[in-house]
Design a protein around this ligand. Structure first.
Ligand code: PLP
Length: 403
């Protein structure tokens, strides 16, 4: 799959203005096909972790590919339903939520993974054995790109610690709960396939304690390449290892277990481009700053958890290489890249940030009262505006003027 060309990106920058997020539909499809192809011999279901990018056109597109949807709030569940995805293809993996959201998810008839003893007990009291449910466990495994995106270690807030298994089993027995799935998500950007196998091994010790399991959910977290020549998670190897592990450990209760995954980044990261324009060049004794018409209000990943985004000057792709520090225009230190080699850059040039599909627009804000960017979808070679840039009215929309 060829990435979008500089010409296409420049045309979008001219037609729709900047900053603008651009998503390449066929790249999302190619990623999904790669997953389903690799896992064709395993009893697998993929749920797109839609927190990565919830634009409704993207949800519809991914849903139409046949992919299921993993949600992390009741609003995401509602968006998935609105996008036409039926409840039996929607999963709500909760995290520290109020019980009324679980009640709302039950009303909608979606799959639910519960992540605390407290909510499991409330669930037992209210629903007993009438609504089969999954449990999100914390496997106590340290993995992921860095600590901020590691979720399965022994100090993480996510999931019920596996060492509390006796309490879990007590609640199940007390309320006659039907536990249909066990879930773990160890973190994001996990390149090492053995981490997934380690997680499976933790679950295999627990499976015999549950009589009604139909699925094991291994979460998301596949690594995608960020730098040129970097490698992501070896999906083919992962599929082989998962198959091997499950054939060696058949479900003691008879029926083979489904294996669920919740990829977010893997489906949309590389399909996304974020185009900005250079406002100001500022040579200093330390570095030459390139200040773009954006900041962590639009793309927070580099500042939030040191994410690396490749950056290219698409206005001068053959210019000589010079070191620059790319920063934003808001009133906090918002360094996208320090001393990065770029083609010679001038004010007015367009800079593209790659790998911008996941957790890009989705984590954006109106900080400094700046507008959120527009979003454009490239589908079958045509461009479609799928979200307008914010306008002045958006800044005031929910405010109530009392003076
Ligand atoms: N599933 C759960 C429970 C998560 O918390 C996340 C990410 O935060 C994901 C799936 C998706 O992770 P990724 O985008 O790294 O695949």
């Amino acid at each position: 799959m060829q990435p979008l060309s500089n010409e296409t990106l420049l045309a979008i920058a001219h037609d729709y203005g900047t900053p603008v997020y651009v998503y390449h539909a066929e790249k999302i499809e190619a990623q999904y096909q790669q997953l389903t192809h690799a896992f064709q011999e395993t009893n697998t279901r993929f749920f797109y972790a839609c927190k990565a990018l919830t634009n409704i056109s993207i949800l519809k597109y991914i849903g139409n590919l046949g992919c299921n949807m993993d949600c992390s709030s009741i609003n995401e569940v509602q968006l998935a339903l609105y996008a036409g995805i039926p409840p039996n293809r929607i999963l709500y993996t909760s995290n520290g939520i109020a019980f009324d959201e679980i009640e709302a998810a039950v009303q909608e008839g979606v799959h639910i993974n519960i992540d605390s003893i407290s909510n499991l007990e409330k669930f037992g009291k209210k629903y007993g054995n009438t609504y089969p449910v999954g449990i999100r466990l914390r496997p106590n495994i340290l993995a992921g790109g860095n600590l901020k995106i590691s979720t399965g270690h022994d100090k993480s807030k996510f999931g019920i610690p596996v060492d509390q298994i006796a309490e879990i089993l007590n609640i199940i027995q007390q309320y006659n709960l039907i536990i249909k799935g066990l879930h773990i998500h160890t973190g994001s950007e996990i390149k090492d396939v053995s981490v997934f196998v380690q997680g499976i091994t933790v679950l295999f010790d627990l499976i015999p304690k549950f009589n009604h399991l139909t699925y094991i959910d291994l979460g998301g977290g596949f690594k995608v390449p960020y730098k040129e020549n970097e490698e992501g998670t070896n999906i083919e190897l992962l599929a082989k290892e998962v198959k091997r592990a499950f054939s060696a450990h058949p479900n003691p209760n008879g029926k083979p277990l489904e294996v669920w995954f919740e990829p977010g980044k893997y489906l949309v990261s590389e399909a996304g481009y974020f185009i900005t324009q250079v406002n100001v060049l500022k040579p200093t004794s330390a570095t030459t700053f390139v200040s773009v018409n954006s900041g962590f209000n639009h793309l927070i990943r580099p500042m939030f958890y040191d994410a690396y985004h490749r950056i290219q000057n698409i206005s001068n792709p053959n210019g000589k290489h010079i070191h620059y520090s790319v920063v934003g225009n808001i009133c906090e230190t918002d360094t996208f890249a320090w001393n990065r080699l770029l083609n010679e850059t001038r004010e007015g040039d367009f800079l593209v940030f790659y790998n911008a599909g996941a957790y890009g627009f989705e984590m954006s804000s109106n900080f400094n009262s700046r507008f959120k960017p527009a979003e454009v979808l490239v589908l079958n070679g045509e461009t479609h505006l799928i979200r307008k840039r914010d306008s002045w009215q958006d800044l005031l929309k929910n405010q109530i003027e009392v003076l």
